[in-house]
Write a protein that binds this ligand. Structure first.
Ligand code: IMP
Length: 424
């Protein structure tokens, strides 16, 4: 380590939850730096399964300190529910969770506006958690921050200003009912009192930790292709899910980050709308979705599935400055006769090696594939790289060669134990 960032190198759901959980065992601090409860990080420990939306998955490791940084948007209702769920399952949160004073708060009007906008024909396919509208207010400088929940007069003034605008939009554009100031004020001031013990100057906590040589792990949510700058805009989330977001969203400068690790699935998935060049046809879609249990951890929506796309991952390697890769869900490909890797896109006369910015090109392009033989063997009990079927090793080696980045860890199932290093 000592300071590492973990990001998704595809469209999210790469299995980061499990990898972060494993690396958390060697970390002192685990930090969420962007997104909100649109994320769903699943961690399986023996027969127990945890889905975390806001609190870093490091909370499952005794004694680790977890930080929700300034770049995160927080729905206090969801936060309190998550704390309650953890405590009811015997996981101590008090004294281990620190929330930035500067994180922005998701209000019910953000959620309603998200939902209403999604009813339009040209939708994004959001999680409807209010993420986009909350970040829009942050950038428009009208957002309400966690610290404001502790100052009732400030909260009242800001909420009043926001409600004047939001209630007018709800009534005039969507013909929907608005929100009552006093009811929201009472509810959110109460949340402020409940979460006060967690609210801190997290920039100071983290920089002091780095000064002392503590090991800090930054946990990216979503994935590179959902980043508001580097993703398939506008079919993206509203934050910087790439590694650069870790500095912005935590207050730890880029020069203090030592390593960036990318997590990739052995194939590709995405949830929601937007281009997906290597998407499977119906039969393979059904097979892989079922075998990989490809249903959203937050919304339960079926995920779209496709072949491994090295154009996507090379783009992620570049914009994140990835030092190494972790490959997850290799076992999901166990029952295939042949497996394809996309190495480029053809659109008209143009062949793209670099990920195109044009949504038109991405929607209309034809993937260029290399085909490799499958291994048709169960890999879920494999515990070392050398014990993998030869064709599985061949697939990983080809992936590594096409990506020109080292694969360090491989996962063949959801349990902590189903993970091994690639070795030299
Ligand atoms: P939002 O983040 O709810 O605004 O959704 C914007 C897009 O990001 C949609 O396509 C969502 O399906 C996608 N998205 C948001 N969070 C996740 C995630 O944790 N995993 C995968 N996709 C996500």
């Amino acid at each position: 380590m000592p300071t590492s960032v973990i990001v998704g190198a595809q469209w999210g759901d790469e299995g980061k939850g499990k990898i972060i959980d494993i690396l958390s065992a060697k970390a002192d601090y685990i930090v969420r730096y962007q997104g909100g409860n649109n994320a769903g990080h699943t961690v399986v420990i023996g027969k127990d399964s945890f889905i975390l939306h806001l609190i870093p998955s490091g909370i499952l490791h005794k004694g680790r300190i977890c930080v929700i940084g300034n770049g995160v948007v927080i729905d206090p209702r969801a936060l309190l529910e998550e704390i309650k769920m953890l405590e009811s399952r015997g996981i101590k949160v008090d004294g281990r969770l620190f929330i930035s004073e500067e994180a922005h708060v998701i209000f019910p009007y953000h959620k309603l506006l998200d939902e209403l906008k999604e009813q339009k024909k040209k939708k994004i396919g959001t999680t409807k958690k209010g993420i986009g509208p909350c970040y829009a207010d942050k950038v428009a400088r009208s957002g309400i921050r966690i610290i404001d929940l502790l100052e009732e007069d400030t909260l009242k003034e800001k909420l009043q200003n926001n409600l004047e605008e939001k209630n007018a939009i709800l009534a005039r554009i969507y013909d929907a009912e608005g929100f009552d100031l006093n009811a929201l004020l009472k509810e959110y001031a109460d949340y402020g009192r409940k979460i006060k013990k967690y609210i801190s100057n997290t920039k100071r906590i983290l920089n002091d930790a780095v000064d002392k040589g503590k090991r800090v792990l930054f946990e990216g949510a979503q994935g590179t292709l959902l980043d508001v700058d580097y993703g398939t805009y506008p079919f993206v989330t509203s934050s910087n899910s790439t590694a650069g977001g870790a500095s912005i969203g935590s207050g730890v400068g880029p020069g203090r980050i030592d390593k960036v690790i990318g997590v990739v699935k052995a194939y590709t998935t995405r949830v929601g709308e937007g281009p997906f060049p290597t998407e499977f046809g119906p039969d393979l879609m059904k097979k892989i979705r079922h075998k990989g249990n490809e249903f959203g951890a937050t919304t339960g929506r079926p995920r779209r599935c496709g072949w491994f796309d090295s154009v996507v991952v090379r783009h992620a390697i570049m914009v994140n400055g990835l030092d190494e890769l972790v490959v997850t869900k290799l076992d999901v490909l166990d029952e295939l006769d042949s497996i394809k890797i996309c190495t480029g896109y053809r659109f008209g006369k143009t062949v793209y090696d670099d990920f195109p910015s044009s949504i038109k090109a991405l929607t209309g392009c034809q993937p260029v594939y290399e085909e490799l033989p499958g291994w048709n063997k169960d890999t879920t009990h494999v515990t070392s790289y050398s014990a993998l079927p030869e064709n599985a090793k061949r697939y990983l080696k080809r992936m590594q060669a096409v990506l020109k980045t080292k694969i360090v860890l491989i996962s063949v199932g959801s349990d902590r134990s189903q993970t091994f290093s690639k070795g030299a």
